[in-house]
Design a protein around this ligand. Structure first.
Ligand SMILES: Cc1cc2nc3c(=O)[nH]c(=O)nc-3n(C[C@H](O)[C@H](O)[C@H](O)COP(=O)(O)OP(=O)(O)OC[C@H]3O[C@@H](n4cnc5c(N)ncnc54)[C@H](O)[C@@H]3O)c2cc1C
Length: 357
């Protein structure tokens, strides 16, 4: 779909996959109820408004549990507003492809996380569609909605009134409540140690597609320094972005700080955890100071995004090597080895598979 694979001689493609341009972006004004400014759901709305597609497949909240994702086939542009926001959990988005086809829909858009988009691309040809727009969001880790509820209960004493949660690139988790209150919790103060080791499943801990490389347009926040972060990957991605002309403010993404120290620290901790040892945690008295320092001197903007992609690559190698070593050959693409090389991780005999870089 991009006509080429990632080209590690082009800046940042080793980390983020093929792209034509990267942008910092915000919808102006932001959409109420959106996870960030609402670019993902607004794109779905524009595709329906302009008649470019018959339907958009996306995730809405379950009527019984707002944190449970429920796949929906949207045909009314106004109904895209009901898909705004992020819900942690798994739901079979692509199961809607069959019903869409049965209804005679031949022009579709899908908004999905990387594992959904990967599967979609694998069957795209068989679908026989006239047109397909793929809007992808990055995804670092997902978990079951039940697990997520347990996490919310550890974060706050009134978890049922939490309406929003985000792991922000300024090293804070932001939570919002039904009564309009907000809380910001530094990453270092999160109750991570109290979560079970399988809180994030092995599939997520060994995922090699954080940035949704097969999407036409990736819409995230990681490299956006408080705004959204767009990767326009091909001409269809350009077409999508042009549909927001006049309502989106665009700028060049910035980059600051150095990622090597934090990534090395992450590697050491992941090695300890994979070996069954407790995580090395900062002493309690130091945490507020480091929590204050990280957003100011830690990696920011694109450097933050690069650091997160490298951390995920390290996780893949360490967790897969421990849990399913025989899968290394087939599951670790060549570019992941390049990402972890500066940190002293190299393939053991039999681990390096074929495939492009
Ligand atoms: C589990 C998960 C982890 C994520 N991790 C990161 C990350 O580490 N870095 C990053 O930059 N971005 C991440 N994102 C994406 C981020 O949360 C925003 O969705 C994205 O920045 C778009 O914001 P927006 O305001 O444009 O979205 P909105 O306009 O509010 O639309 C949100 C869209 O997300 C979709 N969605 C919501 N929940 C799910 C779900 N469970 N599965 C599939 N699709 C869903 C909906 O269909 C909706 O279209 C993650 C998303 C999910 C679902």
């Amino acid at each position: 779909m991009h006509g080429r694979s990632r080209d590690s001689s082009r800046p940042d493609e080793l980390h983020f996959g093929p792209f034509r341009r990267m942008l910092r972006a915000a919808l102006v004004p932001p959409s109420p109820g959106a996870q960030w400014s609402g670019i993902a759901s607004r794109l779905g709305e524009r595709l329906l408004e302009t008649g470019a597609v018959d339907a958009v497949l996306a995730m809405a909240p379950d009527p019984e549990d707002r944190w449970k994702p429920r796949p929906v086939m949207v045909t009314d542009p106004a109904a895209m507003a009901g898909c705004r926001g992020m819900r942690m959990g798994y739901a079979p988005l692509l199961a809607l492809l069959e019903p869409a086809r049965a209804l005679g829909y031949r022009r579709l858009a899908v908004i999905g996380i990387p594992c959904q988009v990967y599967a979609l691309r694998a069957i795209e040809r068989e679908l026989g569609l006239e047109r397909l727009y793929v809007i992808g969001t990055p995804c670092s880790d997902n978990t079951s909605t039940e697990n997520f509820h347990r996490f919310l209960a550890l974060l706050d004493e009134s978890p049922d009134s939490i309406s929003y949660l985000e792991f922000r690139p300024d090293y804070h988790v932001e939570i919002r409540f039904d009564d309009g209150r907000r809380r910001e919790i530094p990453f270092l103060q999160l109750p991570i140690a109290q979560l079970p080791p399988d809180f994030f499943p092995l599939t997520c801990r060994t995922c090699v597609d954080y940035t949704n490389v097969l999407a036409d347009l990736t819409v995230g926040y990681m490299g956006g320094e408080g705004r959204q972060w767009l990767l326009v990957r091909n001409t269809r991605g350009e077409e999508l972005l042009s549909m927001l002309a006049g309502e989106v403010s665009l700028a060049q993404p910035g980059s600051a700080g150095r990622r090597q120290g934090p990534v090395r620290g992450f590697l050491a901790n992941t090695e300890r955890a994979a070996g069954g040892l407790p995580l090395r945690r900062l002493p309690a008295w130091l945490r507020p100071l480091v929590g204050w320092l990280m957003p100011r001197v830690g990696p920011r903007g694109l450097e933050f995004a690069r650091s997160r992609v490298e951390m995920k690559a390290i996780e893949t190698v360490l967790h897969l090597r421990r849990a399913l070593p025989r899968r290394m050959y087939a599951m670790v693409p060549a570019h992941v080895w390049k990402l972890v090389e500066p940190y002293g991780l190299e393939p053991l005999p039999g681990e390096r598979g074929p495939g492009p870089g």
